[in-house]
Design a protein around this ligand. Structure first.
Ligand code: ZN
Length: 465
């Protein structure tokens, strides 16, 4: 694997699931890529002069777009002492925040590498991360470390600069060492936007102003986030409807969505994570204002929350995308697994709710839906003019015999959740046959484990050390 070739062709793919407006699945077709974009797709592409990737017996899909994560949580995975499924939320927070408080710059860098490696290996080409952990002992340039990791792996990266500002004495659940001032937060958002935000087509980096959640922030943090984001033309994100509504009603006399609507933290440039507590009346508010929702199946199941009513949300006109969520509430960052889980969860209520979405409809949420919510007209499907972001799965393997006749529904229906065979981002093959371009995985693993031992595991009874 080398740097971006001038022209590359995926030759003779058994199927290309385009996820385009016509839902086309092309058989025995090629994709020609020039620079960062697809220049032609179909059965009769002129492939002269192009580097050839043999796609015989392969299915090709648009790259998955993950719209909610917390990379920094990667080093607190697989800990039964912070047992999210079996703990009350407050007890769980009391266990997890003392661990979060330990993170430092190296942790953020290596945790981001680990998270993005997991995403790329499983077909994700664009990652949004919501980073809200800025302990007072560490420097402020943590999002910069994430951009460094993204660039090393070749991932398209949208960084949510998060924060919590409300001290515990005023009702927050976040330790004071992890709280920031609204002014400090906004100044860093502005610095990050000026340094990293690129709104041009095929952009590899954008900034999203993302205060963590209304219950743990001052109102002014949200009001001023909105003013900054709209002034700079960037998007907004937060958590909503994940169990906080009764506390919001107690504090503000209104539910979280009404609180957000009251300050205009709604609109086509806004999306929320979760929405487990949304009511049908609130679906209409979301739809009318164009506000998006990132559905994260794993934390909903692990935390025992309601399974969202996707058909009713779709019927109302809500914009939906998918996220794996952070590793404190989903120990894996596998978006193919998330597709599968979202599909199975919807089937659980399918008969009583008048049907569940097809696996292909859920795939479209993870591709076109994600692109729409991030405001990326250049991503989300495979057609000429769009970015060359895709993944490929070789299907002539014993385990797929009998299952390959329907490429559009193949992934979530069959449960194809293992590493893909190839991932391309912006016209560059960044992952192929188990290897990342230009990266020594064993050396990176050793370096990351060293940081985890030094910062997180040391003197920490949760790890038995
Ligand atoms: Zn989250």
């Amino acid at each position: 694997m080398n740097s971006t070739p001038k022209k590359t062709v995926f030759k003779n793919a058994a199927a290309i699931v385009t996820c385009d407006a016509r839902d086309r699945v092309l058989r025995n077709a090629d994709i020609l890529i020039e620079g960062p974009q697809i220049s032609a797709i179909g059965p009769d592409v002129d492939t002269r002069g192009a580097d050839v990737i043999n796609a015989a017996n392969c299915f090709i899909y648009p790259g998955l777009i993950n719209t909610h994560h917390h990379f920094f949580q990667m080093f607190v995975r697989n800990l039964l002492t912070v047992d999210y499924p079996n703990m009350q939320v407050l007890d769980w927070l009391n266990e997890i925040y003392p661990i979060f408080k330990r993170i430092d710059t190296d942790c953020v860098y290596y945790a981001s590498l680990a998270a993005m490696a997991d995403l790329l290996k499983h077909g994700c080409t664009t990652a949004f991360d919501h980073h809200y952990c800025f302990p007072s002992h560490t420097e402020i340039e943590l999002v910069d470390q994430q951009f460094e990791a993204a660039s090393q792996l070749g991932m398209r990266f949208h960084a949510g600069r998060g924060t919590n500002t409300l001290p515990m004495s005023q009702g927050s659940t976040v330790p004071d060492e992890m709280c920031e001032t609204t002014d400090g937060f906004l100044a860093d958002c502005e610095r990050l936007i000026d340094t990293f935000h690129d709104s041009a087509p095929f952009s590899m980096g954008q900034i999203v102003v993302s205060p963590c959640q209304p219950i743990n922030c001052f109102r002014e943090t949200f009001v001023e986030s909105l003013a900054l984001a709209r002034d700079k033309g960037v998007r907004l994100h937060t958590h909503l409807g994940e169990g906080e509504n009764s506390a919001m009603e107690e504090r503000w006399g209104m539910r979280t969505l009404a609180w957000c609507q009251d300050i205009d933290f709604v609109g086509e440039d806004v999306w929320y994570a979760h929405g487990w507590e949304l009511t049908p009346a609130e679906y209409r508010v979301m739809a009318e204002t164009g506000t998006g929702l990132s559905h994260c199946p794993a934390p909903a199941v692990l935390g025992g929350f309601t399974i969202i009513d996707m058909p009713a949300m779709q019927k109302s006109g809500m914009r939906l995308s998918l996220g794996v969520d952070g590793s404190a509430t989903n120990d894996g960052s596998n978006p193919l697994d998330t597709l599968r889980m979202a599909f199975l969860m919807q089937c659980f209520h399918g008969k009583s709710r008048g049907g569940s979405p097809t696996p292909y409809e859920i795939l479209k949420m993870a591709t076109r839906g994600g692109a729409d919510i991030l405001g990326r007209q250049d991503l989300g499907c495979l057609e000429a003019g769009r970015a060359a972001d895709l993944f490929m799965i070789q299907t002539d393997k014993m385990e797929y015999a009998g299952a390959v006749h329907d490429p559009a529904n193949f992934l979530a229906r069959v449960g194809v959740t293992g590493p893909v065979d190839l991932t391309m981002v912006n016209g560059r093959v960044v992952y192929r046959d188990g290897a990342f371009d230009g990266m020594d995985q064993a050396a990176m693993f050793a370096a990351a484990e060293k940081v985890c031992n030094r910062v997180i595991r040391r003197n920490n009874p949760a790890y038995g050390k």
